[in-house]
Ligand binder design. Structure first.
Ligand code: UT7
Length: 329
């Protein structure tokens, strides 16, 4: 019997309409468009505005669009997994809220937190439910309202992040396409460089934690940068080597969009030319779990069946990973 693989059979993205430009940031903190562009490659980012709106609202929009586009009915979905670091609430899972808002009445759902590698970790997890034959239709969502945990008085972080969501549909196939191979890694000691100090069980919210601005992203940029460059490049090269893929075999690299300089270093290490790298950091910034699906969504029209695509990420935790996908349509 031929092997069952999980194929991506649809992709949809959603970003909120409000655009926060570098120019507007110049009026909020001491920064310049020039600094942001040269150090990060970001020109603007989308921000979710409006009381009562959260990550699930963006995720639900992406899911509803995905179902419409693929012609799949909400009740056909067996499972939805959401990658996020900005859940609507500490509990219940944002995936449950998306499932409710999108009318997936027969799906069970849960969240995965692997920071910027979350979409990859979730895609790997979801693919196993398909490969084992357990489920036929699984949705993976990557969604983050980073503006909810970004300190807009800190120029070190507020220029980096944006909001957005992406969703993919996974289905079984016995053709030689789909999720072909994956690598994932974590190093919990890296947490010191990138985390949120308060709001969890170690330091529950209090007046003091609010005053100390501890409910925002804390990042030591340089050490994170160093690890990101090495790990993302290494893991991308490793997945190519162990599958005997050369740069010529690769149609696209889809890197997590944290910094254009990290993306360039990864592409160089793989020997892949710039024309093969999906880059939209200039328009969205770092949307954490949404960066990779937003790239795939924007490039969907250019993709062909059989294209070899390498997804690669590095993020808080530390976490990192890569996936070799053979595009299925
Ligand atoms: O997605 C999750 C993983 N995260 C990442 O991969 C992020 C990795 N890190 C980075 O991308 C970079 O480290 C940053 C973009 C965060 C920072 O860039 P950098 O080139 O590492 O700058 P830096 O932190 O070394 O700061 C250089 C200078 C400092 O001033 P002094 O000390 O040299 O006078 C900063 O205070 O730039 C200053 N600076 C700014 N200046 C203008 C920091 N942020 C800004 C800013 N505007 N927004």
């Amino acid at each position: 019997m031929s092997k069952i693989r999980a194929k991506i059979s649809g992709i949809q993205g959603w970003v909120p309409p409000y655009i926060l430009t570098n120019k507007e940031l110049e009026s909020m903190v001491e920064t310049t468009d020039e600094w942001i562009m040269t150090r990060t490659g970001i020109r603007e980012r989308h921000i979710l505005k409006g009381a009562g709106l959260g990550t699930s609202d963006m995720g639900a929009e992406a899911v509803k669009g995905l179902l419409k586009k693929t012609g799949v009915k909400p009740e056909e979905i067996d499972l939805l997994i959401c990658a996020t670091v900005t859940p609507d609430m500490v509990f219940p899972a944002t995936a449950n809220i998306i499932t409710d808002k999108a009318g997936l009445v027969n799906a069970f759902s849960f969240d995965i937190n692997a920071a910027c590698s979350g979409f990859l970790f979730t895609l790997i997890t979801a693919s196993k439910y398909i490969e084992t034959g357990m489920y036929k239709k699984v949705i993976v969502v990557g969604a983050d309202k980073m503006s909810a945990i970004t300190d807009y008085t800190s120029r070190e972080t507020c220029v980096l992040f944006g909001d957005g969501a992406g969703a993919v549909l996974l289905e079984p196939t016995t053709e030689n396409v789909g999720i072909m191979d994956s690598i994932a890694g974590t190093d919990g000691s890296g947490r010191t460089y990138l985390h949120m100090k308060a709001g969890g069980s170690v330091k529950p919210p209090s007046h003091d934690t609010i005053e100390a601005r501890e409910h925002f992203i804390y990042q030591e940029g340089q050490p994170v940068f160093k690890f990101a460059v090495t790990r993302m490049a290494d893991v991308s090269a490793e997945i190519m080597e162990r599958n005997n893929l050369t740069a010529d075999d690769i149609s696209y690299l889809v890197p997590h969009q944290a910094n254009l300089r990290i993306i360039d270093a990864t592409a160089r290490r793989m020997g892949v030319g710039k024309e093969k790298v999906m880059i939209n950091i200039d328009r969205y910034g770092n949307t954490t779990d949404a960066t990779i699906p937003l790239c795939l969504w924007e490039w969907e029209d250019k993709l062909k069946k059989g294209d070899n695509i390498i997804l690669a990420a590095f993020g808080g935790g530390f976490t990192w990973g890569s996936i070799w996908v053979k595009w299925a349509y």
